[in-house]
Design a protein around this ligand. Structure first.
Ligand SMILES: NC(=O)c1ccc[n+]([C@@H]2O[C@H](COP(=O)([O-])OP(=O)(O)OC[C@H]3O[C@@H](n4cnc5c(N)ncnc54)[C@H](OP(=O)(O)O)[C@@H]3O)[C@@H](O)[C@H]2O)c1
Length: 266
């Protein structure tokens, strides 16, 4: 199976013609991993940008996510077929976007359907998002430890989600960081600003380089061509061990995405 490129492009907000322009810019500067979702309304934009790029399908990794409203019996597979129509391609990876809202559906109801989708060739691999440890363990017990490629979670130097990240690492589930640059809120932190100044880098590049150094995938987004390019250049930034240790020790802030119907976080 092809490998997931560790630095991807988030697509939340990249809708319509301006969204396609941003996606084309991302392809031009070298992103080969795009993160969309049924709820973002960006699946067709991702497909359109990829077709316009002229790149071969196998050169780009596409992830989509199943919306919770499609977890009920008989709903998930048809919803993924609609995603495939929107994208104009079969995704490499499909995630369960959230644990079922207020536990409306037991895990096995929707997990069995995403497995069925994979068996029917509707996705290359499967994974989860916003799954706390107990639910991730239950999913692995149901489908086999090697079947869950990633757990996509909020993670950046200000919210390092250490307990879940360490568990994922211990069981070989890739951590994918969403909000990897904390929506631009890293600026002004003395430690990260000092590390950025030392390397002649931006604080966003430092955050992304820290995530990549830890073996995570990260999916920043931007509407701006300059930031799309500079964020991608984080791949070339090699942090010193002391930088990584200093970022590891940053005071932590509350998670940003915390809906009242969300799971009990670890
Ligand atoms: N699984 C989930 O539940 C979940 C939840 C949230 C997000 N996600 C995924 O993760 C992706 C990333 O998350 P996100 O978009 O919420 O947050 P993010 O990537 O951490 O931050 C994006 C924001 O930061 C700004 N920004 C980007 N580059 C910057 C730079 N170099 N300097 C300063 N500001 C910069 C952007 O504004 P400009 O456009 O003005 O540059 C945008 O407002 C999403 O697009 C989505 O694919 C998944």
């Amino acid at each position: 199976m092809k490998a997931i490129p560790r630095l991807g492009f988030g697509t939340y907000g990249r809708t319509g013609p301006t969204g396609i322009v941003a996606l084309e810019k991302a392809l031009e500067v070298g992103y080969r991993h795009f993160d969309t979702a049924q709820s973002y309304g960006t699946e067709s934009e991702v497909g359109a940008a990829l077709r316009r790029s002229g790149l071969a399908r196998e050169e780009v990794w596409i992830t989509t996510k199943i919306d919770m409203s499609n977890y009920g019996p008989g709903r998930l597979v048809p919803s993924l077929e609609r995603s495939i129509d929107n994208l104009g391609l079969t995704p490499d990876l499909t995630l369960l976007h959230w644990p079922s809202k207020n536990a409306e559906w037991p895990l096995d109801v929707y997990l069995s359907q995403i497995i069925e989708a994979k068996e029917h060739g509707l996705t290359g691999a499967i994974g989860v998002s916003n799954f706390p440890i107990a639910l991730l363990k239950a999913a692995m017990a149901q489908v086999g430890a090697g079947e869950i490629l990633t757990n996509q979670i909020e993670l950046n130097p200000l919210h390092n989600n250490r307990t879940v990240a360490q568990f994922c690492r211990s069981v070989g589930v890739l951590v994918t960081c969403y909000l990897p640059i904390a929506k631009g809120r890293l600026r002004g932190g003395p430690t990260i600003e000092a590390i950025a100044a030392k390397h002649g880098a931006s604080v966003e590049q430092v955050a992304l380089a820290w995530e990549l150094a830890k073996g995570y995938a990260a999916i920043p987004t931007s509407s701006r061509a300059d930031r799309i390019a500079s964020n991608f250049a984080a791949r070339d930034l090699a942090l010193a061990q002391e930088d990584i240790a200093a970022l590891d020790a940053l005071p932590q802030t509350a998670r940003t995405i915390d809906p009242d119907w969300g799971p009990n976080w670890d």
